[in-house]
Structure formats: C-alpha cells, structure tokens
Ligand binder design. Structure first.
Ligand SMILES: C[S@@+](CC[C@H](N)C(=O)[O-])C[C@H]1O[C@@H](n2cnc3c(N)ncnc32)[C@H](O)[C@@H]1O
Length: 316
C-alpha cells in the first residue's frame, strides 16, 4: 500500500522519463508555449525590466518541456542585447535531449539538477501542477492498496494537519489536496534567490474556489483527452493536479517571497504591449496562417485565459 502522493510521484516520473512524444500535436497535451511563440515573447517582454534591475542577471526555468518558451525568451533577449545565464531545471532525460536540440544556438544555457544561487528570476509554466499531492478527507489520508483500491487511513504526517489548519480548511467536507512538494519547492526557490523574482504560470484555484472541486482536481491527459481514470495505463499518461495559489501566496510570505502580481493569464497577456500589437497585426491578416495563429492566441486568452493564473513574487 502507498500514499496517493507516492503513487502520483512515481506515475509522473515514469511518464516523463519515457521516450514517447508528450507535448504538442503528436503528444498528449498542448501548453501555451507550444501554441504560439507570442506567449514566450510576452513572458520575455514582461521579465526584461525585472532582469535589468541586476548587474549580472540569471534566469532559472523549471520543467522546460521541449524548450520552446526558453527559445522564445532567449531570442527576444538576444534581439535586445540581453544575454543572462539561463539555467534549466528538468528531470526528464527525454525532454533534456529535446531542449538541447531546440536551444543549440544559445551558448548561455545550462542544465542543473539543483537550483543555483542567482540574482534574477525563477520562472515556470505548467511545472507545479506536475508535483504530487496528498489527498486528505475528514482527517484521513488517501492510500492506494496493491490491488489499486482506495484506502483512507488516519493522517500520520503532522505537516498535512498543520497545512490544513494554517489554510483554515478544518471545516471543509471535501477532498483536500495538499501539495507538500510545492511548498518545499517554493522554499528552495526562496533560498536560491539572493535577490529577485519568482514567476509562476499554471492552472489552479484559490481557497475561495476550492468548493468548486469537492472530489479534488487530479486528472490525467492522454492524446489530448481528459481521462479521469488515473489508475489505468500508469506511466502512459500525464497526471496533474490544480495548483493551490492561496497556499503558494501564504507560504511564499513565510519564506520571504512577497506577492507582486496575481492575475489570470488573459489579464497578464493583455497587459504586455508587444502581445497586444501582435494580436492586432494577426487579427488584420487574411492569410490562412494568420487565421490559425489568431485561433491559437484566442485559446490562450479565452479557454486558458481564466483557468491559468500568473503569480509574481519578489524576494524581500
Ligand atoms: C506539463 S510539462 C510543461 C513543459 C513546459 N514548461 C511547457 O510549458 O511546455 C511539465 C514539465 O516539468 C517537468 N517536470 C515535472 N516534474 C518535475 C520534477 N519533479 N523535477 C523536474 N522537472 C519536472 C517535465 O519533465 C516537463 O518538462
């Protein structure tokens, strides 16, 4: 028997270390950097002034997929004479290979297995949703038996109860997902930042919105379809959970990360002048590729626009 969080951790690791195509048309899901370079360029335009606060800025990207967002950010920076060291923290050998290929023209990229100490920015898109969650319901934690049955046992890990109390979730009669690894990772980010920023983009909820998910948010994706049977074909599909942004904001404060911006992806993208001009340009275009691009930008703004949130924290 194992904790659900252990099951999820193993399943996600097996999935990402396999050699199957994961992200994009031939894979299981799309991410915004896969849809259009305008996303990575918008991120670059947004972070450029933040990096310019530092003499020798560096960027750390967590979970870089095929390296497309890194490519778009670094290309944008190169056009503006900015060449920060760009570290990638990634655990999938398959994706590291893809990233090396995508980023072969950039000499300022390095892969790391520990977060380096930097002045600059830590950034991620759809990284935190891959981290495993514990599931707690009425002071019991979800375990999975060897035959795949759900078993609820008295919570043994004090940190789960502390989390629930700190977040004020004691009275909630719903399945509460607790991502201890997200909190641990956030602490590592705070420690890695000598000075600088943390920018996180992902789908998620706040404490006020948790009631919308009484059964929790864990799902799997396979061949672009949502698949709720996470126990079938383990390692063959991506398993994710929504990110609890209220927890990241609250724990961030404890670790010295002050929230600067928390907004949805639509408001974030439309606050970037370069993204808006590109949108206008494409909207005026009549070529088939303009129409296709317009539909992809609309996906970022409309269907992803509300579900995805952007959190910017600053180390104080
Ligand atoms: C959903 S993909 C997002 C990829 C990319 N950021 C994008 O937007 O296309 C999750 C990424 O995080 C990486 N990842 C997931 N869990 C990780 C972990 N525990 N340590 C390091 N990388 C991890 C995966 O290998 C993958 O690159």
């Amino acid at each position: 028997m194992k904790k659900f969080s252990e099951f999820m951790k193993e399943a996600v690791e097996r999935y990402y270390s396999s050699n199957r195509e994961k992200i994009g048309a031939g894979g299981d899901f799309f991410t915004a950097p896969e849809l259009d370079p305008a996303f990575g360029r918008a991120v670059a335009e947004f972070i450029e002034p933040l990096l310019r606060e530092f003499e020798q800025p560096a960027v750390v990207e967590l979970g870089a997929g095929k390296g497309l967002m890194a490519y778009d950010i670094l290309s944008y920076f190169r056009e503006r004479g900015l060449e920060p060291t760009y570290y990638i923290y990634e655990f999938s050998p398959y994706l590291i290979e893809k990233q090396r290929e995508t980023l072969r023209d950039f000499e300022n990229v390095m892969w790391v297995s520990e977060l380096p100490q930097i002045e600059g920015l830590v950034v991620s898109n759809e990284f935190f949703d891959s981290l495993p969650v514990h599931v707690v319901w009425k002071n019991r934690e979800l375990f999975i038996s060897d035959s795949g049955e759900e078993v609820w046992e008295e919570v043994g890990d004090e940190r789960l109860l502390e989390f629930i109390e700190l977040m004020g979730y004691q009275e909630l009669d719903i399945k509460i997902e607790v991502c201890l690894e997200c909190i641990e990772f956030l602490e590592k980010i705070a420690q890695a930042l000598v000075r600088g920023y943390h920018l996180l983009i992902d789908y998620g909820y706040t404490s006020e919105e948790m009631g919308n998910f009484p059964e929790g948010t864990v799902v799997s994706y396979s061949k672009h379809r949502l698949d709720k049977d996470i126990f079938e074909d383990v390692g063959q599909k991506d398993i994710t959970a929504h990110v609890n942004f209220s927890a990241l904001i609250e724990f961030g404060r404890r670790f010295g990360l002050e929230t600067v911006i928390f907004q949805n992806q639509r408001d974030f993208l439309t606050s970037v002048p370069g993204f808006l001009s590109e949108l206008e340009l494409i909207s005026a275009g009549e070529k088939p590729e303009d129409i296709e691009r317009l539909s992809r930008l609309k996906t970022m703004l409309i269907s992803m626009g509300d579900r995805f949130r952007v959190l910017l924290q600053r180390k104080v």
